[in-house]
Design a protein around this ligand. Structure first.
Ligand SMILES: NC(=O)c1ccc[n+]([C@@H]2O[C@H](COP(=O)([O-])OP(=O)(O)OC[C@H]3O[C@@H](n4cnc5c(N)ncnc54)[C@H](O)[C@@H]3O)[C@@H](O)[C@H]2O)c1
Ligand SMILES: O=c1ccn([C@@H]2O[C@H](COP(=O)(O)OP(=O)(O)O[C@H]3O[C@H](CO)[C@@H](O)[C@H](O)[C@H]3O)[C@@H](O)[C@H]2O)c(=O)[nH]1
Length: 356
């Protein structure tokens, strides 16, 4: 069990204006860390960070600094590492995350996610900051041969996005191996399906364009921005024929990052290791729709459609390793995920920017 508050350690959070990043920054500030966010705002807006400051209040908000910068531009990283006299650790969220988009624009994904990560590793080496928590994904398990997915399961990427995550993990493993004993410490957090929102209703997911993922799509149907939900596949070998995933509340993820950071600071022999962040429970698409209807009091019209190419039948996490070694366990179930997601979207039907 790794516990205790941060002691003012200085954390660089790449992609900290985004969905998972902004929720995590709230928790980092509350736990006493000093946070520098670097984001190029290609999929986010600075209003999310204004709201973070509002949520943590005037005592803690001076501990957050925002730097508009692009990981693909090494000069931006140099400037930030120089200006801040380096960092104690990095949480690396920045990346593009659309599976379908990555199939259509593979070079764009490799450039942003791989070149960006190489540049970050180079800056970290140069400024002697060698602790990283990295946003990996359950996508590295591909179509899992068995569930629950355990960290030592076979890894297999199925699209350029997934490959960019797998390459980044492999790069990390190579860099750690090449360094001296205890020189680099890295934790790869493999998220399952992040959903929900901050319980205040002030922070949440605000995707650009038509959402690809289930919950952002449902939330837009609920507020009348989209007419109905397409349910992709109703002939899967599951209880109700729809595919099963391990949905996890974004605040549970935020706490998971704090636990990982504590582990990095506390354990000088950790080397490079991966943890699943999931609940260990599978929920079908129709169960998720029903839970959201209950939480919101809104009917979500659905249309049954063929399977989406590349989708697995059922994916859920083995959570033992994170529970045992990080002392972390997800607290929230799908009721709270849907409650908080509805609270966010009913207060912000058009996201952070109002009508866009
Ligand atoms: N949300 C999910 O379903 C999910 C699941 C598994 C893993 N992940 C990973 O977690 C991370 C965070 O995801 P999210 O849902 O918060 O996404 P997000 O798009 O909301 O946040 C990513 C942030 O990174 C920024 N960014 C992207 N490229 C950048 C660059 N080159 N330089 C600087 N900033 C850059 C974006 O502007 C955005 O603010 C991503 O790496 C994603 O691949 C997400
Ligand atoms: O409009 C929609 C969207 C999704 N689904 C279904 O809902 C389930 C969940 O889909 P989605 O929310 O897109 O998540 P995944 O396909 O499981 O992939 C997400 O979760 C992975 C594991 O974290 C990440 O790697 C991916 O980037 C992220 O998109 C799947 O069965 C989909 O077929 C629908 O039926 N209708």
């Amino acid at each position: 069990m790794v516990s205790g508050k941060g002691r003012g350690e200085r954390i660089l959070v790449t992609g900290g204006a985004g969905f998972i990043g902004s929720h995590t920054v709230v928790e980092l500030l509350r736990q006493g860390y000093k946070v520098w966010v670097m984001d190029n705002l290609q999929n986010s807006c600075v209003e999310a960070l204004h709201r973070v400051c509002h949520l943590v209040g005037p005592r803690l908000s001076p501990n957050l600094q925002f730097h508009h910068g692009d990981l693909c531009n090494p000069a931006d990283l140099d400037r930030l590492f120089n200006a801040s006299s380096s960092f104690d650790a990095v949480i690396h969220f920045a990346g593009l995350k659309g599976v379908g988009d990555s199939v259509v624009n593979p070079l764009h994904y490799y450039h942003n996610n791989i070149v960006g990560t190489v540049n970050l590793f180079q800056a970290m080496a140069k400024f002697n900051c060698k602790k990283m928590v990295f946003s990996s994904s359950a996508t590295v398990y591909g179509q899992p041969e068995e569930v629950p997915c355990a960290e030592e399961s076979k890894l297999h990427a199925m699209n350029p996005y997934g490959r960019s995550k797998l390459f980044a993990e492999e790069m990390g493993r190579d860099i750690e191996k090449a360094g001296g004993e205890g020189e680099w410490r890295m934790i790869f957090l493999r998220y399952f399906n992040p959903v929900g929102a901050h319980e205040s209703g002030k922070l949440g997911e605000d995707p650009r364009g038509i959402p690809n993922n289930l919950m952002p799509y449902i939330q837009q149907v609920a507020v009348g921005r989209l007419p109905h939900l397409n349910v992709y596949g109703h002939d899967y070998p599951t209880n109700d024929g729809t595919a099963v995933r391990d949905y996890i509340h974004v605040m549970d993820l935020a706490h998971g990052h704090v636990a990982a950071l504590r582990k990095l600071f506390a354990n000088d022999t950790i080397g490079c290791t991966a943890y699943n962040l999931g609940t260990g429970r599978g929920t079908s698409v129709l169960e998720m729709v029903a839970a959201f209807e209950k939480a919101s009091g809104k009917k979500i019209p659905i249309k049954m459609c063929p399977r989406r190419p590349g989708d697995a039948t059922a994916v859920y996490a083995s959570t033992e390793k994170a529970e045992k070694e990080l002392g972390w366990k997800a607290k929230y179930g799908i009721e709270e995920m849907c409650r908080d997601q509805w609270n966010w979207v009913s207060n912000n039907p058009w996201g952070y920017q109002g009508n866009h």
